[in-house]
Design a protein around this ligand. Structure first.
Ligand code: DAH
Length: 409
């Protein structure tokens, strides 16, 4: 403890204004002196190292506790020896003075702390600079000059959780794995050939417009089919799989796809799809219906019904959109006495595209359309996750807000 700390709170018997004035003056002058002593305790001629700083902080703590400790600190003492002992008619005056003193003491203790903190970080910087070493970050420098304090608590690294999109994707893959499908992946940067041409999109065909393709710039000198783009769907992996293997083929192809779409509650320029392809002898539309009906029941519950609605895709003929009975209203079209908003009162929700592989596609991969037949399907992962988990905005999947993500942990 510093020598200057010799002040003791006097017991008051005289509560006259002049006696109070002088008691207050004495206390404040002691506070001033002690605060100055703590603030200037660092040897002004030398930079203090951490051992010395430990000592300096001990002194500041002693100063703080002497004045502010609940048990027998000076603020407590003036409460007991001055305020409580004051005769009734002076209580108001004494109370006001005691409160003012308490506030001043708190300010002074805080001021001394801030002063020491400034000096300590100056010393820190000085030590780092004069060490002649360079550090990657201030944190590294701090650690290098401080050493490791093994009494500090460890760094808590919160457990991560599977992202809801990946979780849903894995669930979809799991359903098809159980049916004997294997998993194939392909590149996100594709050629026009795989993304369009081999999937029977003729050059300049209007169906290409529906895909809002993002092309890589500066490829005008290349033949059109070699030009690179960000794949707009996972269907090119169908072609790559058929190039690699002979029938029978049963694959699912999960992955990220890109489209030039402005983000809103239902659109994102990046999203995920799972593609499916089955090619063998004698595969029929019945197989397609049975497979997808089973998959939708596995994903959404066994009471879900499916419906196949005529559609068009260049790489399937015939093509269909698959609808499932609305999981919110049970397919009734009404909920809580009004129209169901999720299915626009139709009782059905459109979920994926599918069809029988167009014979033209086999021509690109050297399969004999007279011998084999097959079906394909493609579904959006976010769309399925939105329905399964009742998410109302696709952007939530991509914002990285931990409060949203941790609900799936
Ligand atoms: N590729 C289509 C799309 O992104 C989805 C699709 C539809 C995939 C029908 C298929 C299919 O394999 O047969 O819109």
């Amino acid at each position: 403890m510093l020598e200057s700390m010799s002040y003791t709170v006097p017991k008051l018997t005289d509560f006259s204004t002049s006696a109070l004035d002088s008691a207050v003056r004495e206390l404040l002058s002691a506070l001033d002196q002690e605060s100055a002593a703590v603030s200037s305790a660092r040897n002004q001629n030398e930079v203090a190292h951490d051992v010395e700083w430990k000592q300096l902080w001990e002194e500041w703590k002693a100063f703080r506790d002497r004045w502010l400790a609940r048990k027998n600190g000076i603020t407590t003492q003036i409460n007991d020896l001055w305020l409580k002992a004051a005769p009734k008619e002076t209580k108001r005056d004494v109370g006001q003075r005691v409160n003012e003193l308490k506030a001043k003491i708190e300010v002074e203790v805080g001021r001394a702390e801030a002063h020491l903190q400034r000096q300590e970080s100056d010393d820190q910087r000085h030590l780092i600079e004069s060490s002649g070493k360079s550090y990657a970050s201030l944190d590294d420098a701090w650690r290098a000059t401080q050493g490791v304090d093994i009494t500090l608590p460890g760094i808590r690294r919160p457990l991560g959780a599977e992202h809801p999109v990946i979780k849903t994707m894995n669930e979809i893959i799991g359903v098809f794995r159980n049916l004997g499908y294997s998993v194939e992946e392909g590149p996100e940067i594709e050629t026009d050939y795989y993304n369009f041409e081999a999937l029977n999109f003729p050059p300049n065909h209007p169906a290409r417009d529906t895909q809002d393709t993002l092309f890589i710039a500066g490829q005008e000198s290349k033949p059109p089919r070699e030009r690179l783009l960000l794949r707009t769907h996972t269907s090119p992996v169908q072609i790559r799989s058929m190039e690699k293997m002979k029938p029978p083929v049963r694959v699912v192809c999960p992955g990220k796809v890109h489209r030039n779409d402005a983000p809103d509650a239902t659109h994102s320029p990046i999203f995920h799809q799972v593609e499916g392809l089955a090619v063998d002898t004698n595969i029929t539309f019945c197989d397609l219906k049975g497979t997808l009906d089973h998959a939708m029941k596995a994903l959404f519950g066994s009471s879900v019904k499916t419906r196949f609605y005529p559609s068009f895709f260049p790489f399937t003929e015939p093509s269909a959109d698959v609808q499932i009975s609305c999981i919110f209203c049970g397919g009734k079209g009404t909920r809580d006495g009004g129209p169901c908003r999720n299915c626009k009162a139709s009782g059905w929700i459109e979920l994926l595209g599918c069809g029988m592989v167009d014979p033209n596609v086999y021509g690109f991969v050297d399969y004999d359309p007279a011998k084999v037949s097959g079906f394909a399907f493609g579904m959006g992962v976010e769309r399925i996750a939105i329905l399964k988990y009742g998410v109302d905005d696709i952007q939530l999947f991509f914002n990285g807000d931990v409060r949203f993500l941790e609900q799936f942990g």
